[in-house]
Design a protein around this ligand. Structure first.
Ligand code: SAH
Length: 246
């Protein structure tokens, strides 16, 4: 099944952009996902093809018009009725890996990218739209957020990553940040690879990685660490979890 990405944007020529390379690019060529930008400007009806206007109540910048956006959104819904409709907004729900996994398991996404000051509120009142933020900072447009969201989903699609398990061992998958990696050369600028990783003892390696992941999470992200400690034990599936003793 092809994961359909519809991107509603004022800059359709930006896509697939960075998603045309590497893992996502190969997956696109293989038909594992499809990239369908929808130009918002096509849904403007006046002579000037205007998509925005000045903010009611005054203030700086321009606001994207509800009527134009609704026509674009309705078109996207018609073409992909089952794909969740998502707007990139700084006030949206912060994106986390669990949500990425849920979205990647679905039929695709229709992503609405803002520009200027953002969207006329009435669009959200009149249509079922989920708002997602990619972090507590302000971008100049939703397209970079859409790249981030799509990239995170695409790498989880079946057949996209090499080893079937490689998605599960990573940062956030079990609520922890990832342990450190090493590769050849074994000696670099006087630094060696930790002995345990060269031991071939898989149980010891797993225990070392778990300890490292816990220490890194505790020191860098106390918020994640608290949640990890408070969470019930995950079900005993997957090699990593089987090594979990507490
Ligand atoms: N006036 C808005 C910011 C608009 S930025 C505010 O203060 O909240 C223009 C567009 O960039 C937004 O409509 C949104 O689509 C996108 N954008 C900016 N920051 C974002 C973020 N952190 N996450 C997701 N989208 C973002």
């Amino acid at each position: 099944m092809t994961f359909t990405a519809q991107i509603l944007t004022l800059y359709p020529e930006m896509f697939p952009g960075p998603l045309g390379f590497s893992l996502a690019g190969r997956a696109l060529e293989e038909g594992r996902w499809s990239c369908a930008p929808i130009p918002i400007r096509d849904f403007a009806t006046d002579r000037h093809k205007s998509v925005d206007d000045t903010p009611a109540g005054g203030g700086a910048g321009m606001v994207l018009r509800a009527d134009v956006l609704a026509r674009a959104v309705d078109h996207a819904l018609e073409r992909a009725p089952d794909a969740p409709l998502i707007a990139m907004t700084p006030r949206g729900k912060p994106l986390i890996q669990r949500h990425v996994r849920e979205l990647a398991a679905g039929p695709g996404l229709s992503i609405l990218c803002g520009r200027f000051e953002g969207f006329d509120q009435r669009l959200f009142d009149a249509r079922q739209i989920e708002e997602i933020s990619i972090g507590d900072y302000v971008l100049s447009g939703g397209e970079i957020g859409a790249f981030a969201l799509l990239d995170a989903c695409i790498r989880l699609l079946p057949g996209v990553m090499g080893a079937a398990s490689s998605g599960e061992e990573e940062s956030f998958e079990d609520g922890l940040l990832e342990y450190p990696h090493y590769t050849r050369p074994q000696l670099w600028e006087g630094r060696t690879i930790p002995e345990v990783l060269r031991s071939g003892d898989h149980a010891r390696i797993a225990a070392w990685r778990k300890t490292q992941a816990e220490a890194i999470t505790r020191s860098r992200r106390p918020d994640l660490w608290e949640r990890h400690r408070g969470a019930p034990d995950p079900p005993p599936s997957g090699a990593r979890r089987e090594t979990k003793k507490d």
